[in-house]
Design a protein around this ligand. Structure first.
Ligand code: MN
Length: 339
């Protein structure tokens, strides 16, 4: 959390127009993009020159957000991205807590002499910014960006564009207010965002009802043909190989939310989605209910991390080997899973 002294200093830094770089994590999700573009709209009200940087592309269903066209994709334009970082007087890191999550953008960040502010809600933060507004109990980074703007005394400056972006971040990170991370405060923030013009029904439509039909067929295939339910371990999982993804014309973001499906089966508390990337690496998403800690599970066994009930990891083994390893681990965790 920020001390009063730090808040005054941040107000002083932001007191005159400066150059600011906002950095999102790799494969940014709704919270990362919503927080970043909401923050950009807010800061631009004060005449700051704000660049938003992403390590790689982000899904089509988030491209309705105001400011989306200005996002600099490091994978496409590395030089422009690096220049934006080196010119910045303040770098803001949103929705991650380890520089590992920004790939090679880290190189320019390490060279930069700028002030650094991180706003995030992931557990076990690394210490890489002198200003850290961190709360692992927050539903989303977007909720924290709202709190941060309030902390600076600028609540009244929130307008429709900011409200829409922050609402999208909160809504996507809470699974539309279903996950246990959703608090009374989350709903209070959302109420405030609505008062400031957030167009909630429209945003749900943009995000939820924006499928290509082939995407829906991929999800149907994954659930019908590929989902395994293991009642003895209160676990469900889905695997998708490259050739299966290709068959359904896979685009970034197409499997968003799929990992939640097994947890909708009665009695299932742990779910995993294994996706084979183009380079053969297996990307894994984990979800859980109640006390089963997937952040710890991902950290311990799959080189990843995240939140207690939502985390990610990876495996360099083949898909089959990865699944054998996963099933072996399930036996070790049987007591916890069934407890
Ligand atoms: Mn988040």
């Amino acid at each position: 959390m920020l001390t009063d002294k730090q808040i005054s200093k941040l107000k002083e830094i932001l007191g005159t127009p400066i150059k600011i770089a906002i950095i999102m994590h790799k494969s940014p999700d709704g919270d990362a993009v919503g927080s970043s573009l909401g923050m950009k709209s807010y800061l631009e009200k004060f005449g700051h020159k704000v660049s938003v940087l992403s390590p790689n592309a982000y899904p089509e269903f988030l491209k309705w957000m105001p400011g989306t066209k200005s996002v600099i994709d490091f994978e496409k334009t590395a030089t422009i991205a690096n220049q934006a970082i080196l010119k910045a007087e303040l770098i803001i890191f949103l929705d991650f807590n380890s520089l590992k999550r920004i790939g090679d953008l880290e190189i320019a960040v390490k060279k930069s002499k700028a002030y650094r502010l991180v706003i995030d809600h992931h557990p076990q933060p690394e210490n890489f910014a002198e200003y850290a507004y961190h709360n692992a109990g927050a539903s989303s980074t977007a909720e924290l960006v709202y709190d941060f703007i309030t902390l600076l005394g600028d609540n009244k400056k929130i307008h429709k564009d900011i409200a829409n972006c922050l609402y999208a971040g909160i809504m996507t990170d809470t699974g539309s207010f279903r996950f246990s991370s959703t608090t009374a405060h989350t709903h209070e923030v959302v109420a405030e965002l609505m008062r400031h013009g957030a167009e909630t029904a429209k945003i749900h439509r943009f995000i939820d009802d924006n499928n290509r039909d082939i995407r829906l067929r991929l999800l149907g295939y994954a659930v019908t043909e590929k989902m395994k339910i293991l009642p003895d371990f209160a676990t469900g999982f889905i695997t998708l190989t490259q050739s299966e993804l290709k068959r359904f014309d896979y685009k970034d973001g197409d499997t968003e939310g799929l990992v939640n499906e097994p947890t909708s089966v009665k009695g299932i508390v742990f779910s995993a989605l294994f996706t084979e990337l183009k380079d053969g690496e297996i990307k894994i998403s984990f979800r859980s209910k109640d006390n089963f800690d997937v952040n710890q599970f991902a950290r311990n066994h799959f080189n990843g991390g995240g939140h207690r009930n939502a985390a990610g990891g990876k495996s360099d083994l083949s898909m089959d080997e990865t699944i054998i390893r996963f099933l072996t681990l399930l036996s070790d965790y049987k007591k916890e899973l069934k407890g």
